[in-house]
Design a protein around this ligand. Structure first.
Ligand SMILES: NC(=O)c1ccc[n+]([C@@H]2O[C@H](COP(=O)([O-])OP(=O)(O)OC[C@H]3O[C@@H](n4cnc5c(N)ncnc54)[C@H](O)[C@@H]3O)[C@@H](O)[C@H]2O)c1
Length: 677
């Protein structure tokens, strides 16, 4: 029998290196949001297994004390978080030089992890949830401590492997290869469903990484504001007759959610110069957004909210109203009083509707948490009834002229799951999509992703605001606003970014760019680091992008050649980025739409000013984007075909994309008609 003493001696990186004695349970600060109890469906034997699994991190001398504590956590929260190993006090992403490490990347990723768990940023920081109700950095605090320790000792000749939050270990590599490779919740096909995942996560063998939560690349709600601004503005252009150089002045956008990503909606509609009413059931989240200046007024009466909105619309002044209440109640009022809503969406966390992501009509936020903790079956009934009513109200408003779009939160799928078959195009199942468009299908897909425009971002690791201002200026100088309307929008965005007070947490910026834009800006930033004009930079992107994500209900909703159910693109993107030397690569199951419904990946690249990094930028950045454009072109998306053809010309002799021939559809139809008779 192998003894625990021998096991401990065989490792030089372990929890005991950090804790010479069992740490005290840190205090839980009042007012910090806590995750609701998660579904716990383990039987007796599985419960024992979950405990044994968690104790793998713990030296034997502490087993007697921690086993009952962990069991209690499992029974009361549905998970073993290992709260005792949480650092006391607030976590925040500090300047890079304050972290220990053997290489710059090891320190840089510690900044990113701590920023993901910053108390001003994370949704449930004590439960390691960054955003999206369930998106975690890793599963528990033992993993957090070990990952940080590994990052401290890791050298340029090693790669840290993290599987669903578990640091598997350090393995030899070289400075041209990734320092960190992360996967989250990648499941074997036949088990890749919600039920098996619930079991796996309760057992402590899976983590829901969402996108940038488990990919350590979240930059607060700013990360989504640019995309939300582009979506609302372009929805207005498509549906409200706003000209290409116009804005949302005088128009009303209504939606729900002021959480992690949804919290961007108020700010985005204000930047687009429109009026927004965003419903939110949890007052603490409204308070957070209000304190940040991301919503301007808080109103809890629907009549008052619409009245104030009307005044601002008439004056053509921008305004973001937080309606403290349920979106369904807000829409009931709009339907009853026949109020005109121009654009309508929803950003409740419907991808986990039954796990607390969607607060049903008839329950306030506290009652929702209580019922979720005590009777998940009854809660399910409430959610289903509310979603069915929600659908009826949306349908009525659409009949009266409102443009509704799904915001990639699985809202339409949740309506279907609640028993509404009418939501499906074929009246049966979601195979051919839904009767309402998704924002990617109509807007982001054709106007952004198909060209390669996507959520490029960077973090100034020095933590200095002046570094951010210098990078904003350098990025702006690299955009030609005359090239396309998207470039003009992006130019205006970065020109006004500082004025719009977008930073929450580390000094970071989001800027939609296409392949060449991203590469040119990255090279300029690396040169600035080299010349010591600025400190080191972490470059990354949201996974919600051109090439990083296969998700038929969202990022690849405008892929119509049948390949929307394939996940080759996201997998190739991840593998290609690893091969080309990105500092971090990640691949996740689920993301914003739920387990089994998407595969998404991201990257991080530390700009240290070296020529080595210049080489990586030139190889990896165009690949990261153009792999996606190539797949979209092959699906016959017109804007991607055009972008691919230009790319073949511009990169002749280096890169080459296969472009599809387009047959005459009339001829094909006739032929099939004739030959199938
Ligand atoms: N913003 C984007 O561009 C984007 C892109 C893709 C997907 N999404 C999806 O949007 C959803 C929201 O993301 P998040 O990170 O903000 O999640 P979140 O859980 O942090 O926020 C959702 C918010 O909705 C509120 N809410 C729930 N039910 C409500 C109701 N009936 N009425 C009013 N408020 C209600 C919750 O209290 C919560 O604050 C997720 O499903 C995410 O995947 C967003």
């Amino acid at each position: 029998m192998i003894s625990n003493v021998d096991i401990s001696r065989s490792m030089t990186i372990k929890l005991e290196d950090i804790f010479d004695h069992l740490p005290e349970m840190p205090e839980f600060e009042e007012g910090i949001r806590r995750a609701p109890k998660r579904r716990f469906g383990l039987d007796r034997q599985e419960t024992e297994l979950a405990l044994i699994n968690a104790l793998r991190y713990i030296p034997e001398k502490w087993h007697q004390q921690l086993a009952p504590e962990f069991l209690n956590e499992l029974l009361t929260t549905g998970r073993i978080y290992g709260y005792r190993f949480r650092p006391a006090g607030k976590i925040t992403g500090r300047p890079i030089e304050t972290y220990g490490g053997s290489c710059i990347e090891g320190k840089a990723f510690q900044v990113m992890i701590d920023n993901n768990l910053d108390f001003d940023i994370a949704l449930y920081p004590y439960e390691l949830v960054t955003y999206g109700e369930t998106g975690q950095v890793c599963q528990n605090w033992m993993q957090y401590c070990l990952i940080k320790l590994y990052l401290e000792v890791m050298t340029r000749e090693q790669t840290l492997v993290v599987e669903s939050g578990h640091p598997v270990g350090l393995f030899r590599s070289s400075s041209d290869e990734p320092r960190v490779i992360i996967t989250n919740a990648i499941m074997v096909g036949m088990f890749d469903d919600q039920e098996n995942w619930n079991r796996a996560i309760a057992l402590g063998v899976a983590n829901y990484g969402q996108m940038t939560a488990g990919g350590w690349m979240y930059i607060g709600p700013q990360g989504i504001v640019h995309g939300t601004y582009g979506t609302i503005l372009n929805a207005g252009r498509l549906e409200l007759g706003i000209p290409e150089d116009g804005d949302m002045r005088g128009h009303l956008f209504v939606s729900s959610g002021l959480g992690g990503m949804s919290g961007a909606q108020g700010k985005a509609v204000e930047i687009a110069k429109g009026v927004g009413i965003i419903a939110e059931v949890d007052y603490s989240r409204i308070q957070t957004r209000f304190d940040q200046g991301w919503v301007t007024k808080i109103i809890d009466d629907p009549g008052k909210a619409f009245e104030v909105a009307r005044e601002y619309r008439e004056r053509e002044d921008p305004l973001a109203i937080a309606f403290n209440g349920n979106i369904v109640d807000l829409l009931e009022y709009a339907v009853e009083k026949d109020i005109r809503i121009d654009l309508l969406s929803d950003q409740t966390s419907c991808h986990v509707a039954y796990d607390g992501g969607y607060c049903p009509q008839g329950l306030d936020f506290g009652e929702r948490t209580e019922m979720l903790n005590n009777d998940s079956d009854e809660f399910r009934g409430y959610v289903d009834r509310s979603l069915r009513r929600h659908f009826e109200l949306v349908k009525t408003l659409v009949d009266r002229g409102t443009y509704f779009f799904d915001y990639g939160n699985s809202f339409l799928e949740a309506i279907y799951d609640a028993g509404v078959k009418e939501i499906c195009k074929n009246g049966r199942d979601p195979l051919n999509g839904f009767i309402f468009p998704s924002y990617v299908e109509d807007i982001m897909g054709p106007l952004m992703f198909d060209y390669g425009y996507g959520p490029f971002r960077w973090v100034c690791l020095s933590g200095k605001r002046e570094d951010l201002l210098k990078t904003d200026q350098a990025a702006m100088e690299r955009i030609d606003p005359e090239r396309r309307f998207q470039d003009r929008d992006n130019y205006i965005w970065i020109r006004d970014a500082d004025k719009n007070r977008l930073v929450v947490g580390t000094q970071a910026r989001i800027l939609y760019q296409d392949a060449s834009g991203r590469m040119n800006i990255a090279l300029k930033f690396n040169e600035m680091v080299r010349n010591r004009e600025i400190g080191p930079i972490m470059l990354g992107r949201d996974h919600h992008d051109t090439g990083g994500t296969d998700s038929p209900f969202r990022e690849t909703a405008n892929i119509k050649d049948g390949s929307n159910i394939m996940a080759d693109m996201a997998t190739q993107c991840f593998a290609g980025n690893a091969a080309r030397g990105m500092s971090l690569v990640s691949l996740h199951n689920g993301g914003g739409v739920g387990i089994g419904k998407a595969i998404n990946g991201g990257f991080g690249l530390v700009l240290d000013g070296s020529e080595r990094v210049d080489r990586i930028i030139k190889k990896a950045i165009p690949w990261d984007v153009m792999g996606g454009v190539a797949r979209r072109a092959w699906a016959r998306n017109e804007n991607s075909i055009r972008t691919g053809m230009e790319y073949n010309k511009d990169t002749a002799g280096k890169d080459h994309i296969t472009i599809p021939f387009i047959p005459d559809e009339g001829f094909i139809k006739e032929l099939v008609d004739k030959m199938s008779k």
